[in-house]
Each structure stands twice: as structure tokens, then as C-alpha cells.
Design a protein around this ligand. Structure first.
Ligand code: SAM
Ligand code: MD0
Ligand code: SF4
Length: 376
């Protein structure tokens, strides 16, 4: 038997028995590309998912309510420097109406996402207050947990969001290699972005972390990210492939990284068996859903109402007007993957359990070398 097959067999058997993977093994697994090897990896990822979540999958409604942004992330079409773009900021009524539509369709959560809109996060007290109240009203009207993806914001703002009943703070580092981060998110302090995740956690918010593939990363970089996510105990762990978009310089000069999104999803599942892992419709649309679920993901994200004039991020329009990012279109795919949508109460129960788990663990803080340090 070739040595790599022997190593894969041994590792997969050890994982099935609950062994903790070390970083060199995580890196090695992330490098698997042979289709027979990846098929085995995905099969074990599905069996680990089955053990922790049965055949249940969650759905997240995605509401990108402001596409204005003060930052210049190199990978993102909403970067400030991109002037080839029509931007929008939805009203409270438009936001509530789209959220209600998705709630009625059966999503388990509403993800309220924005660029770092200078008129919101950089706005006056009353603009910020109005924004927090809008977020509170989405939870109150839909009776669903709310995730907020506002970028790097102050502790005071996170505290206001927690008081408004928000369940989740999503903030993606993209990479935990500080040097690579500096090229992807120029002018945005690495440690400030990291610290926000600890502040959110210590305010009892659940935290989603995310990384990109295809941006110049190595397999070892991805392993470092996954290792951080495990030590921090993120509640949701995301990976998305970089999608080059016209209007941004990186679309022409994109370095190809060492990562593969599907393999990374599977390895995340093996390293963090009980966390939520998105299968995002934002990268390859509906056509890419089955392969992400088959790799071990268990949350369908980027459900978008077709006629509300709302955009995606990685892909601004793909499948939206065609109603491809809806539960109605995703359900037959789930069925083919032998999966079912979870009951609403099961999602809320997962959230409540997870919050209780973090309360028992106490408070932690970010340290510059990347350690997860308990607060004295
Ligand atoms: N502005 C907030 C922020 O940056 O945290 C919220 C938006 S955030 C949810 C947008 C995320 O989408 C980025 O963190 C990145 O992971 C992903 N993204 C943006 N442009 C992308 C692209 N072209 N391809 C793939 N993913 C992309
Ligand atoms: C998604 N397009 O779920 C969304 C977005 C932001 N929290 C999530 C990247 O794929
Ligand atoms: Fe702005 Fe977020 Fe895009 Fe960066 S990723 S440019 S912060 S919207």
C-alpha cells in the first residue's frame, strides 16, 4: 500500500475514535487532492457530522443591508476604491420586509451584514442608535436569532448589540498569517480585529470566524487558522474560495493559494466536530451546494429573497433574481444528500447550549502571539 494511503487510513481511523489532530497532520490532510483520498476524507466528515447533528441542516437568511464601505480589502468588490459600483443602503422598512419574507420561508437565523458604512459605524450617536434599534426590531418581528456582520467595531457597539438581543457576531480574519492579512486588509489592524472576537465572546455573543482560499495562503496557514478556531472554540467556522470580481485590482493579479475550499470544509469538520460549518451559496450558487454539504458542512448560508434588490458579497447577483438562493430550491438538494432542514426549536436549542458552554468556560483575551489567554 502506498505510504500516503497508509497514513490517510491511520489518521481517519484515529479521528473516528476521537483523537485530537496535531498541526502537521492537519496540514497534511489539507494538502490531499487525489479524488479517491478526498472522497474518503469527505465520507468521514459526513459521518462525524452525522454523529453530532444527525441529518439536520440549518438555513441562514442573508441580508446585505448597506454596501457602503470605508475599507479597501483587496479581495472585495465593495472596497471603497471601487467606483464602478452602485451602492445602496436599505431602509428599516425594506430590511424588515426582506427579513419577514425569509422568516416565513423557514430560515433559522437572519444575518444582517454591511460594509463598514461610514454613516453607520462612523456615524453620530443617533445614527448608531437608530441602527441598533433596527437590528433589535428584526429579532422582535421575526422571532429568530440574529447574526450581525458589521466588520471591526468598538466594544461599546458590541455591548449595545448584545443588549439588543443579538445572538451572533460574525467577523472573518480571512487568514491568521499576519503578513498575508496585511496585504488582504490593508490599514486594518490585525490585533484589533482579533480582539473584537474575544470582546464579543465575553459579552455572551456566539462568534463566527472565517478564512479564504485562493488568496496566496499555504496549507500551513490554513492549519494555523483551523488550530486557532479550535483553541478559541469558535461557534461557526467558515471557509470561502476567493471569487475574482471585476473592478478590483486583485481580480487581475490574484495569487493562487494552496487551499481548496471543499477539503478545508472537511478538515474543519474533523478538527471541530460539533461546530457549525457553512455551505455558502455565495461562492458557486445553488450548483455548489451539494458538494459543500457532502464535504461536511451543515448550514446553508446566503439565502437571499429574489426580488428585494439585495446583493451577495463574493457573487453579487449569482442565482438571486432566479430565486436560486431560496429554501424552495435548496430543499431538493438536501434531499439528494440525505439531509433535512432542522426544526426551528432545534436551532435555538443549539444556540442556548453553546452560550451556556461558553459561560462555564469563563472569559478569555487575545494575546499578540495568538494564544487564547484566560482573563485574570
Ligand atoms: N464588512 C464586513 C466585514 O468585512 O467584516 C462584513 C462583510 S464580510 C461578511 C464579507 C466577507 O465576504 C469577507 O470577510 C470575506 O470573507 C468574504 N468575501 C468578500 N469578497 C469576497 C470574494 N470576492 N470572494 C470570496 N469571499 C469574499
Ligand atoms: C454568506 N454572503 O453567508 C454571505 C456572507 C456574512 N456573514 C456572510 C459572506 O455566504
Ligand atoms: Fe468592506 Fe467588508 Fe468588503 Fe472589506 S470585506 S471592503 S470591510 S465590505
Amino acid at each position: 500500500m502506498p505510504a500516503h494511503i497508509h497514513r490517510l487510513t491511520a489518521l481517519l481511523a484515529a479521528i473516528e475514535q476521537g483523537m485530537t489532530l496535531e498541526k502537521p497532520d492537519i496540514t497534511w490532510l489539507l494538502e490531499r487532492r487525489d479524488s479517491e483520498d478526498t472522497a474518503r476524507l469527505f465520507a468521514v466528515a459526513r459521518s462525524v457530522r452525522q454523529r453530532h447533528f444527525g441529518n439536520q441542516v440549518f438555513f441562514y437568511g442573508f441580508l446585505y443591508f448597506s454596501t457602503h464601505c470605508r475599507n479597501n480589502c483587496r479581495f472585495c468588490r465593495y472596497q471603497r476604491a471601487n467606483t464602478s459600483l452602485k451602492r445602496y443602503r436599505k431602509t428599516r422598512e425594506q430590511i424588515l420586509s426582506a427579513a419577514m419574507e425569509m422568516a416565513a420561508a423557514g430560515v433559522h437565523l437572519i444575518d444582517l451584514t454591511m460594509g463598514e458604512d461610514p454613516d453607520i459605524v462612523g456615524g453620530t450617536q443617533s445614527q448608531i442608535q437608530e441602527w441598533v434599534e433596527m437590528i433589535r426590531s428584526v429579532g422582535q418581528h421575526t422571532h429568530l436569532p440574529v447574526m450581525v456582520s458589521p466588520g471591526a467595531v468598538s466594544r461599546a457597539l458590541l455591548a449595545a448589540l448584545a443588549r439588543a438581543g443579538v445572538a451572533w457576531y460574525a467577523c472573518y480574519q480571512e487568514t491568521h498569517n499576519e503578513q498575508l492579512y496585511g496585504t488582504l486588509r490593508p490599514g486594518q489592524d490585525f490585533h484589533r480585529r482579533m480582539s473584537g472576537k474575544y470582546q464579543a465572546r465575553n459579552l455572551s455573543l456566539l462568534v463566527e470566524e472565517g478564512i479564504l482560499t485562493g488568496v496566496g495562503e499555504t496549507a500551513a496557514d490554513l492549519a494555523d487558522s483551523i488550530d486557532f478556531m479550535r483553541r478559541f472554540a469558535v461557534d461557526q467556522a467558515r471557509v470561502m474560495r476567493f471569487v475574482p470580481q471585476p473592478g478590483i485590482p486583485m481580480a487581475r493579479t490574484a495569487p493562487s493559494g494552496g487551499g481548496n475550499e471543499l477539503v478545508t470544509i472537511a478538515v474543519m469538520r474533523l478538527v471541530m466536530p460539533g461546530v457549525l460549518i457553512p455551505a455558502s451559496l455565495d461562492v458557486d450558487g445553488l450548483a455548489g451546494l451539494a458538494e459543500r454539504l457532502d464535504a461536511g458542512a451543515n448550514v446553508v448560508t446566503s439565502i437571499v429573497p429574489p426580488l428585494a434588490g439585495l446583493a451577495g458579497v463574493a457573487n453579487p447577483v449569482l442565482d438571486i433574481a432566479e430565486a436560486g438562493r431560496t429554501l424552495a430550491k435548496a430543499l431538493p438538494v438536501l434531499d439528494r444528500c440525505n439531509l433535512v432542514p432542522a426544526a426551528a426549536g432545534d436551532y435555538q436549542a443549539w444556540v442556548t447550549n453553546r452560550q451556556a458552554m461558553h459561560r462555564r468556560s469563563g472569559h478569555f483575551r487575545h494575546a499578540p502571539a495568538g494564544e487564547v489567554v484566560p482573563c485574570a
